[in-house]
Design a protein around this ligand. Structure first.
Ligand code: B12
Ligand code: SF4
Length: 455
């Protein structure tokens, strides 16, 4: 069968300096083509395709199945794209975080979609495609949700070790960018799926709470394949790359044995690890570690059910810093226990002193426990979402504080962190490539225009 997988355009007028590959679609393209289907991917944000142009990029009758992906933030774009693509193929299907976390809402807003797939779809997609090809009824397949039965039975996620490589070659790989990248082209990877923690704001509905990891050798092999394909940098987007420190150390060992040939970064929880692990990461080519701190106080960490300790976080930051890793720290403003204008996150950020800090406003996404807690508690439906310079779209808006207070706190946090005397000079002194310099300048420009525009 001929399958087209579509990542819909970004909301109109929104440009992002984060433009990263839709890895989920690339995995699906890979399993479907290994099963003998003819597959292509249309990554609209990366190709600069706007909604008005979408129709012109998809030939009517050119595909048997069109599959749409999207997060909750892309709900409107998914609905608009479905409207445009509905008549262009025999079947229109959808999946991804929005379809998985809020299937009822999805079917009520998105017409023309025949069915949804909930959760990870590598095991299901080939089976679904042959079912549709035979003209059989797909409604009995676990993982398939229909308008009259949105709560599909879920299948367990696949064993990530058995998956083929994502079909990066089907993506416009030269177009991807990240503001903190030091070289181009940039790849992304997933070496484990699932997370056993339960932070209140996090939607784990796609990958679930069972941590499943790939073998270290396989991860190292993929990184070497990236080098051979011309990539010089990759970001590992696991929820917690250090969840099993021994596994992480084995990956580092493999990379060191290969001469640490690629620069990479990863995301991790700032919880107690051996200091030697950070040194090992650095030796293996890790340039940056992104820590999800999220709150500014212990009470805030407990409110978010982070399962972290402020003192322990400080120790981890120190260890990572002493190992010469760059640190990016994520913070969330607007917690019930942290009045925004007290600037707890900014104060804690200044104390932890990471190289970069990203502040966002606490919003709820379907699939998170906060989404359920905030049901019916909206302060004001007219209230506009408060987005930081790195945010792409709102969830359910913060119920604890009005938008003007959140905006003020967000702006003060960014300015308080980035407009420190000497901060930019320090950053510029650490620049090692033109790509990195231009990324930093663009990020600074974006931050400045956002601060000026945020009344
Ligand atoms: C990398 C990443 C990003 C990258 C973008 C990557 C990209 N282009 O896709 C960046 C940093 C830019 C980003 C931005 C944002 N992100 Co983000 N991101 C992630 C992260 C960490 C990994 C994504 C990934 O590669 N997953 C692995 C693949 C295998 O899973 P997948 O993409 O979901 O695909 C599988 C299934 O969903 C399904 N599937 C997907 N599409 C389709 C389509 C069809 C037809 C079918 C059948 C199946 C199917 O099959 C795939 C293979 O198993 C996830 C968390 C996570 N662990 O998944 C959050 C996550 C997706 N992000 C999230 C959020 C909230 C955001 C932001 C809003 C943050 C912000 N404040 O701005 C923005 C919005 C971006 C947008 N486009 O709307 C939420 C979404 C919640 C929701 N309910 O919608 C997540 C789940 C984080 C969380 N735990 O809460 N993100
Ligand atoms: S925020 Fe991170 S640690 Fe917390 S549940 Fe989500 S993925 Fe796990």
């Amino acid at each position: 069968m001929r399958l087209l997988l579509v990542n819909p355009p970004l909301p109109s007028g929104l440009s992002s300096n984060f433009l990263l590959p839709p890895l989920g679609l690339a995995y699906l393209a890979s399993v479907a083509s290994s099963s003998g289907h003819e597959v292509s991917i249309l990554d609209c944000p990366a190709l600069g395709i706007e909604m008005d142009d979408l129709a012109g990029h998809v030939q009517p009758g050119g595909f048997d199945i069109i599959g749409l992906t999207g997060t909750f933030q892309q709900a409107k774009e998914v609905a608009d794209a479905a409207q445009i693509l509905g008549a262009k193929s025999k079947f229109l299907i959808a999946g991804g975080p929005y379809a998985t976390s809020a299937p009822e809402d999805f079917f009520s807003r998105v017409s023309k979609v025949d069915l949804l797939v909930r959760g990870e779809a590598e095991d299901l997609l080939p089976e679904l495609m042959s079912t549709l090809e035979r003209g059989d009824d797909p409604s009995n397949l676990d993982g398939v949700a229909l308008p009259n039965r949105p709560a599909a039975i879920r299948r367990p996620g696949p064993n990530p070790d058995r998956l083929p490589r994502p079909a990066r070659w089907m993506l416009p790989w030269k177009n991807y960018r990240h503001p903190l990248a030091e070289s181009k082209p940039i790849a992304t990877m997933i070496t484990s799926r699932g997370c056993s923690h339960a932070c209140t704001f996090c939607d784990r509905s796609v990958t679930g709470n069972r941590w499943r990891a790939r073998e270290p050798d396989d991860v190292v092999d993929e990184m070497l394949e990236l080098v051979a394909a011309g990539y010089r940098q990759t970001i590992i987007y696991d929820d917690d790359f250090l969840a099993d420190p021994e596994r992480a150390a084995k990956i580092c060992e493999g990379l060191c044995m290969a001469g640490s040939p690629i620069s990479w970064s990863c995301e991790a929880r700032p919880e107690k690890r051996d200091k030697a692990l950070y040194k090992f990461l650095k030796r293996a080519g890790c340039r940056q570690i992104a820590f999800g701190v999220d709150a500014g106080t212990q009470t805030g960490l407990d409110e978010l059910k982070k399962g972290l300790d402020v003192n322990e976080i400080e120790i981890e930051f120190r260890h990572a810093k002493e190992s010469n890793l760059d640190i990016l720290a994520y913070f969330i403003i607007g917690l019930e226990s942290e009045p925004p204008l007290r600037l707890d996150c900014l104060k804690y950020a200044l104390k932890l002193d990471p190289d970069f800090a990203q502040f966002s406003v606490l919003e709820a996404y379907p699939g998170s426990s906060l989404w359920r807690k905030w049901r019916g508690m909206e302060r004001d439906v007219e209230q506009k979402a408060v987005l930081g310079p790195a945010d792409l779209g709102p969830g359910r808006k913060n119920v604890y504080y009005p938008a003007n207070v959140l905006k003020k706190a967000l702006k003060r946090s960014y300015i308080g962190f980035y407009a420190r005397p000497g901060y930019m000079l320090r950053r510029m002194a650490g620049v090692s490539s033109l790509v990195q310099l231009s990324g930093l300048v663009q990020a600074a420009e974006r931050l400045a225009s956002w601060s000026l525009g945020l009344k």
